[in-house]
Design a protein around this ligand. Structure first.
Ligand SMILES: Cc1cc2nc3c(=O)[nH]c(=O)nc-3n(C[C@H](O)[C@H](O)[C@H](O)COP(=O)(O)O)c2cc1C
Length: 189
């Protein structure tokens, strides 16, 4: 008889807890899969756009995760029009796919100041590239990376829906909604 290495996947509340546990671990552990989720947004022309980001905060009680970005990066134009996004993580060792649908609040300036002040100097250089990210340049290295606090943006992502797929000996899929206070329901995988 094979024992299921992930008994938590059979219980809605435990499955939900496991997903948050792994998101929280992603913030703290550079080697955790949830450290680098894919963030998907919709461009102003309706194109899906996805890119790798670093997960900077995860608060299970509030149902909020955070990502940091350059305020002039292309994703911001999409988020200005449609402040919604999706985040995707594949936790291979847990056989768990985590998909989040989030409502995004963009924090800059005074709202982001305390977080900026706590950033290591080398990290600050990720925010302020000149010319702005995505602009054409004549040569590959024809850019500068000054640290510019006015270009630092926190994407505060309030989770509205979590879709979890566990590929164990049996496949299980569940959806958890904020409006149902995360009660969860099973879905056909
Ligand atoms: C491992 C890795 C981590 C990254 N982390 C971030 C990040 O935390 N924030 C960010 O804005 N871009 C991050 N990027 C760069 C994005 O993937 C992307 O190239 C950049 O944000 C521009 O995307 P945009 O033009 O769609 O706005 C990361 C890329 C990689 C490969």
């Amino acid at each position: 008889m094979t024992t299921d290495p992930h008994p938590w996947a059979a219980n809605l509340a435990e499955l939900h807890d496991q997903a948050w546990l792994r998101l929280v671990r992603g913030v703290a552990d550079r080697r955790a899969p949830a450290r680098y989720p894919t963030l998907a947004t919709v461009s102003p022309h309706g194109w899906p756009e996805s890119r790798t980001v670093v997960l900077r905060a995860a608060d299970p009680a509030a149902g909020v995760v955070e990502v940091h970005t350059d305020a002039l990066s292309d994703k911001m134009a999409g988020l200005d029009m449609v402040p919604r996004a999706a985040l995707h993580v594949w936790e291979a060792s847990a056989h768990l796919q985590i998909r989040l649908q989030v409502q995004v609040a963009i924090l800059t300036g005074a709202e982001a100041e305390a977080t900026w002040n706590a950033l290591p100097q080398q990290t600050r250089h990720s925010y302020g590239t000149r010319p702005a990210p995505g602009q054409p340049i004549p040569e590959a290295l024809a850019y500068a990376k000054p640290a510019d606090p006015s270009r630092f943006a926190i994407l505060r992502c309030e989770v509205q829906r979590m879709d979890l797929l566990h590929l164990g000996p049996d496949h299980r899929r569940a959806r958890f909604d904020r409006e149902d206070v995360w009660a969860g329901c099973w879905l056909a995988p």
